[in-house]
Design a protein around this ligand. Sequence first.
Ligand code: GLN
Length: 243
Amino acid sequence: VKLVLCQLYPEHLSIYADRGNVQVIRRRLEWRGLELEERPLRIGEPLDPEAADLYLVGGGQDRDQLLVAEDLQRHRGALHSAVAGGAAVLAVCGGYQLAGHRYIGQDGGEMPGVGLLDLETRAGTTRMIGDVVCECDLGGGAGPRTLVGFENHAGRTQLGAGCEPLARVISGQGNDGSSGYEGARAGAVIGTYVHGPLLPKNPWLADWLIEQALARRHGQVELAPLDDGLEFAAAVAAAARSS
Ligand code: GLN
């Protein structure tokens, strides 16, 4: 069994160690005897909506976001059909903003997104920086989990009716510093402000993404449990620092 992963614009959108998310997916597959094939997408390249099971897009400064925003528009249709065909998506920070309808910068300039998530983002005058701890329930009977990481963004994100919040903020700012929510989810499409990177400290979320992605071509794959003692200790340390 092989998972095909497409990281969007790895050179432009991979700030605060977002690349680590790819490594976590790779290792958690390999530890179970499963395989990862990476097919990164760079500016100017074509996107085959049939190819990947999982799309990852990281964060970046406004400048880098702007550089890829135009290219990303070319793939709007392909990305929507990939998601309709069962692909999973993890979009972080700048990538989260571009997964929505638009990002409105401090100068009022508008950057279009691809509308995979029903949300829009407006840059504020202050940055929201620091550790974040949330409670996240992805359904399916697993119950609420603690999601921890690091945020650094000026954008304030408002969710529309077409998606639900990913998590409830326990400490930190989340989507806008006032709603009490962090991130967004619509089916297997997840957006979040959490870096650090996200997946090493939240391995249950990595496995959830792997399951969603593998289901596209392999149906329900039972993932063997792993010893997440170190990951859990990292999450506890991060949560303690934040409170
Ligand atoms: N441009 C975004 C913001 O500051 C994204 C920042 C990031 O990806 N860390 O809101």
